[in-house]
Design a protein around this ligand. Structure first.
Ligand code: BES
Ligand code: MN
Ligand code: ZN
Length: 511
């Protein structure tokens, strides 16, 4: 079995003065319009080179610009100074801090730096606490370690990441506040990277069975109880929606069930996390066009987020009970595949007329959400690469949020924002529901093109038993097509940190 345990080293933390930091290079964020004296000691150590770069405008502090220069002061242990543009000061906060850390982490790795230090400036927090900023930086440095070339046999352009130390400017007290937060950020970054690795994996290696094995390993290593339901158990539970989607595939479906039950946790709330686990989505009989279809290997990114969030929740010892449910299947065309017009009966008893077999995610989530309610969830959050329509609505940097009550949606939005998974609420007005009317069954599985991400959410909401519920549509955010300095191409790991941090937030009291 593939082992998931990352043997990465911890990120260090120190409150030492810059001159005593022991590393190959020292990274310092620098704001636009800051002079050479903005961070005392830096310009002098560079022999005036930082001032010269600012003067000539070779470096002006624009976001993610990097200027690297030697240290001339022989009393310093560090031999290079790297200033990284932090943009305009008013926009600074944990989000920019995390992104800077990713950008610099990727830069340092490309240059095969062995040991690097990242300065957390005492005068630049953007309102965040020392711990919050330290966590975000540790997350960013860790996210920069992800390698998407897992199937390359020859040496490729990624090198061992540097060993990082965070330098808490201002001495021992901020360093003490930062240390624990850095360890937390490290865990959240690693769990995000594990989810990226799973979403990056092709459909031929990551079949539903293999996905279940790996997801189980990810979570059980951290002490989460995992159960994998096979096709017989799925049939016995009457999960006709999941079975309907799986019919067309030679690969049997799986239902992956996670339970985190810490001793002493209150009986409620019980957070139920449900993730779409379609290991490859061809569209089925309503087959997708060939162009770009290879991307559909990541249609289990929501399920990966749930599995990896369960790992983080256990490693970080969340104080509440959490259940995870991931229906896993392929969506394939074949002589046995579900056809347009077919009617499926869900485990909840509700019947569905399948209009378009490519709207498979909502089908398997229907049975998944129902199962989470059966297992005792009091609050539901599902994550899914569900609709192209959400990409039209919100683009590629913002996930769609849907659900009820509004306070719970807002709580998820706030947590998502804090961890760098931007998300925005969409309406679930009742009049949209008419689009799901069926002549033969309780409802259809598609409502046409208008408001496509909303009708998908309304469908899913039919299986939540009226519980507080948030649906996160990550179709636009799970995969990066255009690299940014802080976000390389490929799987993004979206929603892992949102789900994990949600288990530490006070959502139970909100609703
Ligand atoms: N997995 C896709 C959604 C998707 C699209 C994810 C683009 C990432 C990028 C989903 O199963 C799907 O095919 N949805 C259809 C629904 C339609 C048939 C109602 C869609 O959005 O086109
Ligand atoms: Mn589909
Ligand atoms: Zn899909």
């Amino acid at each position: 079995m593939a082992t998931t345990t990352t043997i990465s080293q911890a990120i260090g933390c120190t409150g030492l003065p810059f001159s005593l930091v022991d590393a190959d290079l020292l990274v310092i964020p620098w704001f636009e319009e800051e002079g050479p004296a903005a961070v005392p000691g830096i310009d002098a150590a560079s022999g005036g080179d930082v001032a010269r770069a600012l003067q000539s405008k070779e470096f002006v502090g624009r976001s993610y610009d990097i200027f690297s220069t030697g240290v001339t002061d022989p009393a310093w242990r560090v031999r290079r100074i790297v200033v990284v543009g932090a943009g305009k000061r008013p926009g600074f906060g944990t989000d920019v801090g995390r992104k800077l850390a990713v950008a610099v982490g990727l830069w340092a790795r490309q240059r095969r730096i062995a040991r690097a230090a990242f300065v957390m400036r005492a005068d630049a927090s953007g309102g965040a606490s020392t711990a919050q900023m330290a966590q975000a930086i540790a997350e960013g440095l860790t996210l920069a370690e992800f390698d998407g070339g897992s199937h390359k046999t020859r040496e490729h352009d990624v090198y061992a990441p540097p060993a990082w130390t965070v330098v808490a400017a201002g001495g021992e007290e901020p360093a003490t506040q930062a240390a624990e937060a850095i360890a937390r950020g490290r865990v959240l970054g690693e769990c995000s990277n594990l989810a990226r690795g799973l979403a990056n994996e092709p459909g031929n290696t990551l079949t539903p069975q293999e996905f279940a094995r790996r997801a189980a390993a990810v979570a059980s290593e951290a002490g989460v109880a995992v159960e994998i339901l096979d096709e017989t158990q799925i049939a016995r539970l009457g999960m006709g929606l999941l079975m309907g989607v799986a019919r067309g595939s030679d690969e049997p479906p799986r239902m992956i069930v996670f339970r985190y039950d810490p001793p002493g946790a209150p009986p409620a709330p019980v957070l139920g996390l449900v993730g779409k686990g379609v290991t490859f989505d061809t569209g089925g009989i309503s087959i997708k066009p060939a162009d770009g279809m290879e991307r559909m290997k990541d249609d289990m990114a929501g399920g990966a987020a749930v599995a990896c969030a369960m790992r983080a929740i256990a490693l970080l010892r969340a104080p509440i009970r959490v259940i995870g449910v991931v229906p896993a299947t392929e969506n394939m065309p074949s002589g046995r595949a579900v056809k347009p017009g077919d009617v499926l009966t869900s485990a909840s008893g509700k019947t569905v007329e399948v209009i378009n077999t490519d709207a498979e995610g909502r089908l398997i989530l229907g049975d998944g959400l129902w199962y989470a309610t059966q297992l005792g969830a009091t609050h539901l959050v599902d994550v899914a690469t569900l609709t192209g329509a959400v990409v039209v609505a919100l683009g590629k940097s913002t996930s769609g949020l849907f659900g009820t009550p509004p306070e719970f949606v807002e709580q998820v939005r706030r947590v998502a924002d804090q961890v760098g998974d931007r998300a925005w609420p969409m309406p679930l007005f009742e009049d949209y529901r008419d689009q799901l009317k069926s002549d033969i069954a309780d409802f259809t599985n598609t409502g046409g093109r208008p408001a496509g991400s909303i009708t998908a959410a309304l469908f899913i909401g039919e299986f939540t038993a009226g519980l507080p519920w948030v649906h996160m549509d990550i179709a636009g955010t799970a995969w990066v097509d255009e690299a940014k300095p802080y976000l390389p191409k490929g799987a993004s790991g979206v929603a892992v940190r949102t789900l994990a941090e949600l288990a530490f937030s006070d959502f139970g009291r909100q609703t």
